[in-house]
Design a binder for this molecule. Structure first.
Ligand code: PEP
Ligand code: MN
Length: 343
């Protein structure tokens, strides 16, 4: 339910409504825009009827939200959410490129990659320390050692770090090293994990499950917002279809769809979305044209030796070329791509 207030409603008037709603067991989310103040109330709709809020002279209207997701919806929060990470802002006019290896493999590998991607204009360093692998025999990640190496790379380059947390028992540990927590595709509907990351003060990048619908994905994000963490970004990383030339089918229609239905930023992962390094740059360009707020791209100094996802990893020179092409595309859409962490 959203309660739209008339222009100029006072603090006391807003408070009066909040008090009444809280008394009836609603959770309140206030959105104070330049034009309008909107109170979002989540709770039992039948209890709202007795309150007769429309009778208050400073209430313009009470509108039910019919969609099952509330807090992530654009109706609830009409302006775009901009997530601040240090001095970087995700969801504004600048497009951020997060880049790095699929997995942190060694000190040399992560430091070399971090310097190379920073040089090319990436503004975040990615790298998995805990890896969700299809096969139990595949490399599972360096775990805490990997997190330490990511922290060292951040120290050297100034690039904030995004890394995946796969298990709710590790949330505190990963959050103590990471600037953004990644929830992987396989965990999109791991509701206990979602509730746990909701308790942290770290922004969350929520990847789309390989077979999740838009509504299921938005409801997964709703868990995190409902749990108290408003800083969530979606990440389209491809879905499973009958096509098997590509690893997944990158569903770029989700970018404008999410921007219409939600206020949260949208990131695109053309690496997992295609599984082939040759397709990464073209799909990154398409993602920007579709309105993505950022990209997450796998880069490895020696893809042929990578312990995971070498086939879809760009070399540093290929990443550099992609970045300069992307800058030109971004300009067409009145956006820009930050260079080397410069603000
Ligand atoms: C990853 O980012 O390395 C990863 C495992 O991605 P996804 O969860 O999208 O498969
Ligand atoms: Mn990967």
């Amino acid at each position: 339910m959203i309660i739209v207030l008339k222009h100029g409603a006072s603090e006391a008037e807003i408070q009066e409504i909040n008090d009444r709603l809280i008394q009836e067991g609603f959770k309140i989310h206030l959105s104070e825009g330049v034009e309008k103040t909107i109170i979002g109330a989540v709770g039992d709709r039948s209890r709202l009827e007795g309150l007769d809020l429309e009778a208050l002279p400073w209430v313009e209207k009470v509108v039910p939200i019919l969609a099952p997701y509330k807090l992530v919806s654009r109706e609830f929060h009409p302006s775009d959410t901009v997530i601040k990470i240090g001095e970087r802002e995700i969801g504004g006019s600048q497009i951020h490129v997060m880049a790095g290896p699929c997995s942190v493999e060694s000190r040399t590998q992560i430091l070399e990659t971090a310097h190379a991607v920073k040089e090319a204009g990436a503004t975040f360093l990615r790298g998995g320390a805990f890896k969700p692998r299809t096969s139990p025999y595949a490399f599972q990640g360096l775990e805490e050692e990997g997190l330490k190496l990511l922290a060292e790379a951040r120290e050297e380059t100034g690039l904030p770090v995004i890394t995946e947390v796969v298990d709710l028992r590790d949330v505190e540990l990963v959050a103590s090293y990471a600037d953004i927590l990644q929830i992987g595709a396989r965990n999109m509907q791991n509701f206990n994990l979602l509730k746990e990351v909701a308790k942290t003060d770290r922004p969350i990048m929520l990847k789309r499950g390989p077979s999740a619908t838009l509504e299921e994905w938005m409801l997964a994000a709703e868990y995190i917002l409902d749990g108290g963490n408003p800083n969530v970004m979606f990440c389209e990383r491809g879905i499973r279809t009958f096509e098997n030339y590509t690893r997944n089918t990158l569903d770029l229609s989700m970018v404008p769809a999410l921007h219409t239905l939600s206020h949260l930023p949208v990131i695109v992962d053309p690496s997992h979305g295609t599984g082939r390094w040759q397709l990464v740059a073209p799909m990154a360009q398409a993602a920007i044209a579709a309105g993505a707020d950022g990209l997450i791209v796998e880069v490895h100094p020696h893809p042929e030796k990578a312990l995971s996802d070498g086939k879809q990893s760009l070399t540093p020179p290929n990443f550099q070329t992609m970045m300069s092409d992307l800058e030109r595309i971004a300009k067409v859409f009145d956006r820009s791509i930050l260079k080397g962490g410069a603000q």
